[in-house]
Ligand binder design. Structure first.
Ligand code: ADP
Ligand code: AMP
Length: 208
């Protein structure tokens, strides 16, 4: 068994799909964005270093990210691999990753830029369980989150100005990874501008 990479621009639906395919893959979701936000909240040295980059929508330096990943994949739950969400985001990150664990699939969720701002600006997560919702496209049910204790949480970087910088970072620094993985025969892409459930079906078909 190896690891899976969920790939795509910010707001493509990587986290949403990771939550839906986790049961099927049996692999834990490893989101570098979530790990960095936890470090910022704790006020750890990594959090303090990462915060200024995250607030402007720029990528956090590779050495910081790779330190987090090397530590995370030592945990027992990563023994059979993980589902990386939002990592790798640069060629040096992908090169380093190739020496740490075997990647079996890179699943790219393709969404046009003009959809991204509305997706990101309407994103809501449950602070209690981490489930991702959207004000319009995937609203919190009237009875609340299935965890039973919905707490509305919105990210500070989910605003229009920062989204544009994040999209730019994606195009310049991250999108070259598509060819990098394609040339290694690992790259699969799905149309992410459709219903959430249809995208999940396609991803599961690729993995089966
Ligand atoms: P990422 O992890 O790639 O940044 P998310 O999974 O957090 O993206 O999704 C970003 C926002 O878009 C969330 O509010 C989510 O509910 C919404 N979303 C995800 N997939 C879709 C989809 N297929 N159609 C419409 N909205 C979506
Ligand atoms: P995300 O939650 O994936 O949208 O990431 C939020 C922010 O965390 C990004 O805008 C970056 O500042 C930072 N970040 C997350 N993952 C990485 C990564 N793999 N490399 C560099 N920066 C990252």
């Amino acid at each position: 068994m190896g690891s899976i990479v969920l790939f795509g621009p910010p707001g493509a639906g990587k986290g949403t799909q990771a939550q839906r395919i986790m049961e099927h893959t049996g692999l834990p979701q490893v989101s570098t964005g979530d790990m960095l936000r936890a470090a910022v909240k704790m006020g750890s040295p990594i959090g303090l270093e990462a915060k200024s980059f995250m607030d402007k929508g720029a990528l956090v330096p590779d050495d910081v990210i790779l330190g987090l990943i090397k530590e995370r994949i030592q945990h027992d739950d990563a023994a059979n691999g993980v589902m990386f969400d939002g990592f790798p985001r640069t060629i040096p990150q992908a090169e380093a990753l190739s020496n740490l664990t075997e990647i079996t699939h890179v699943l790219a969720i393709e969404v046009p830029d003009e959809r991204i701002v509305e997706r990101i600006c309407g994103r809501v997560t449950c602070g209690a369980c981490g489930k991702v919702f959207h004000d319009t496209f995937n609203p919190v049910p009237p009875e609340g989150c299935e965890c039973g204790s919905f707490q509305e949480k919105r990210r500070v970087d989910d605003n229009e100005a920062t989204v544009l910088t994040r999209l730019d970072a994606y195009h310049v620094q991250t999108s070259p990874l598509a060819d990098w993985y394609r040339s290694r025969g690992l790259f699969h892409s799905v149309d992410g501008d459709r219903d959430i459930a249809d995208i999940t079906d396609d991803l599961l078909n690729i993995l089966n």
